[in-house]
Design a protein around this ligand. Structure first.
Ligand code: COA
Length: 320
């Protein structure tokens, strides 16, 4: 028994903030941001919340999977930016969708959140506890970005993505995941007080040692990919798509180079959305799925990395 993705969804805010607009309030330029990160624009939530985006993405995934909300056994929402501390985002999503039978909880592993939610869902399915699990990654990072810090505000964006995972007969792939709390100071956000009277009341911001995080990612992502391939007795040539967390184009390119794999197998959409943390992998997956690029039976690797520090990778077979 394995968990197969049977539906995907995504929801991003309407408001587009492009690089030249950012250059109006911090000392930067469109050219600098494109060259160093690949990002051209990002979405910024106005009316949209972490819950509303997660629920919309989840609704699409459930619809594509062709099940009814009552069939969902579990909802896991990966987020580092919930609208409130509790009830958790996943319970709010449950309420929105009418997934009355689901057990719901949030997971915060920053940018590795969706990957870890995926691996957790697989474990629940493998053990026979659940048959249908909705996982969502949803972030409203604009609320914790320091808009005066040009080193970080250029990178991030808001959005949500989702996948509906169903128990099916099939090969079960082993996951790879790792954390190193001793490196945590490279990327932090000490406190966050969610929503108050309709506005985000922010008590601290993202703070980052960009070079250190860059080096961490460039080293750890290829390592995670190699580990997960080894665990499953696979080679890089066996993989059709490498769906990496969308943080920086140069990180993705460096990973492809280190893995000696052509860059066209590493799809990217960070140009449009920036780094949406736990939402980046499912937003990209949804784009690939809905545009017909993913074919049934193809093998994918999902790879995440981020604050914690945490990183990991999973192999999956596309089943839609
Ligand atoms: N516009 C213009 N100049 C900028 C700038 C900006 N937005 N941000 C930083 N700079 C400046 C720096 O002040 C520095 O100037 P100095 O040499 O006069 O001190 C110079 O550009 C180089 O800074 P550096 O930090 O070395 O740049 P970089 O090439 O490492 O790029 C990042 C910075 C943030 C784009 C890059 O380090 C990065 O992407 N890191 C990973 C971040 C990440 O992915 N985080 C999330 C992980 S989940």
């Amino acid at each position: 028994m394995t968990g197969m993705i049977c539906g995907t969804g995504a929801c991003v805010p309407e408001r587009i903030l492009d690089n030249s607009e950012i250059a109006e309030f911090v000392d930067t330029s469109d050219q600098w941001i494109r060259e160093r990160t690949g990002v051209e624009q990002r979405r910024i939530a106005r009316e949209e919340t972490t819950v509303s985006m997660a629920a919309e993405a989840g609704r699409q995934a459930v619809e594509e999977a062709g099940i009814s909300p009552e069939d969902i056994d579990m909802i896991i929402t990966a987020t580092a930016t919930p609208d409130q501390i509790f009830p958790c985002t996943a319970c709010e999503v449950q309420k929105e969708l009418g997934a009355v039978r689901a057990v719901c909880f949030d997971m915060n592993a920053a940018c590795s959140g969706f990957l870890f939610a995926y691996q957790t869902a697989q474990a629940y399915i493998a053990s026979g506890i659940c048959r249908n699990i909705l996982i969502t990654g949803s972030e409203r990072l604009s609320g914790i970005v320091d808009w005066k810090d040009r080193g970080t505000c250029i990178l991030f964006g808001d959005g949500a993505g989702a996948a509906l995972i169903r128990a099916k007969e099939g090969k079960q792939y082993l996951p790879f995941a790792c954390s190193d709390g001793t490196g945590g100071s490279a990327l932090t956000c000490p406190g966050y007080a969610g929503k108050q009277d309709g506005d985000q009341k922010v008590i601290s911001h993202i703070s980052m040692d960009g070079r250190e995080v860059f080096q961490f990612a460039v080293r750890r992502v290829p390592e995670a990919v190699r580990e997960v391939l080894k665990k499953n007795d696979l080679k890089t040539e066996d993989i059709d798509w490498f769906v990496l967390h969308q943080a920086n184009q140069r990180i993705v390119e460096a990973a492809a180079k280190r893995l000696k794999t052509e860059i066209k197998k590493f799809p990217m959409n960070l140009q449009k959305y920036g780094n949406t943390s736990s939402a980046s992998i499912p937003i990209l997956l949804n784009e690939l799925n809905r545009s017909g690029k993913l074919k049934k039976g193809q093998k994918l690797i999902l790879a995440g990395f981020g604050a914690g520090l945490s990183w990991g990778a999973s192999v999956l077979e596309w089943g839609i």
